[in-house]
Write a protein that binds this ligand. Sequence first.
Ligand code: NAD
Length: 350
Amino acid sequence: MVFEQIKKYGDHEQVVFFHEPSVRLKGIIAIHNTKLGPALGGCRMWPYASEQEALVDVLKLSRGMTYKAAAAGLDQGGGKSVIICDPKKKTPELFKAFGRFIHSLNGAYITAEDVGTSVEDMKYIRESTPFVTGLSKDQGGSGDPSPFTAQSTFMGIKAAVAYKLNKTSLQGLKVAIQGIGHVGVYLAEYLLAEGCQLSICDIYEQRAKDFQQKHPSVEVVHHEKIYDEECDIFSPCALGSIINSKTLGRLKCSIIAGAANNQLDTLDMEDELMKKGILYAPDFVINAGGVISVCVESKGNYSEDKVKNRIANVYNVLKEIFSRSDEEGKNPTDVAIEIANNRIQEKTKH
Ligand code: NAD
């Protein structure tokens, strides 16, 4: 059963289940591919409904990390971890124990933040292992990666708008953002500064209302209604699989460009989007800002300029993907995967 799933979601090199009942720690680390370097990818803490759901999530997320690092030109492999727990129940002891499991992998996997985990949690992991990045600035790290993820997503939105709408400015465009969490807030602020009109939602509606209080021009919509918003750009910044057979027919946008990982429930969704004339920015390309930052941090001599230059390049990578997608009649994700796989193959030849 487990091996069938591994085969289905990407032939991973290693999948490790860990369990420390004394601190209620239960989770999975998936190392997808280390041909470009040690596997880097965040730790997601989520109250998964089942172990099967957690396994599928970590397998898909870690495969995405391999493509993300390769497409962003990083010498880093792809991995991810999930902890099956409600983030409200986290403790320092749980993260210290998690750090010990990471350490037992001898550097094959390096962790960082993801949904449900924070810079503070990385500090506890660091007490057990050096194989953690995304540490706080006072610990010599680069801090929360979310602003960098928001920056690359913003660059990606600009590339998609230039390509699809033939516009160099975002002024006056309407963007619907799903999820106003760490990344969503920064992205919303960049878009407002550029003159966009925003509608936002969150399952915790108070988060959206708090943002609206600071920025009264923003419209708050119910989280189940966000798919029906008429907009130029729909920007998923919450969880995955939200482009699915139930939501596809409701979308009224020209572009989908957001930070969430694994936005497409199944890969054939992208062909359906193409039929509807919607341009999709592959998630693992557009949301690379965070991994770029933590990767630069893990190599030492962190410099924000280095990170910003690499993030600016997301614009060019996406423009190339969109052009090739048109020329070759393939969907943008297939083109992006090809670019990533070619880079891995090139690198392993030498
Ligand atoms: P977060 O947990 O801070 O924010 C996600 C927000 O989405 C939360 O406020 C949550 O309440 C909300 N949400 C969840 N389900 C929702 C739904 N169905 N409808 C509306 N809102 C919903 O997470 P984040 O760090 O902002 O990350 C957002 C997404 O971007 C995730 O998919 C994550 O994997 C991806 N991502 C994040 C980073 C990063 O640097 N943080 C990097 C790469 C990718």
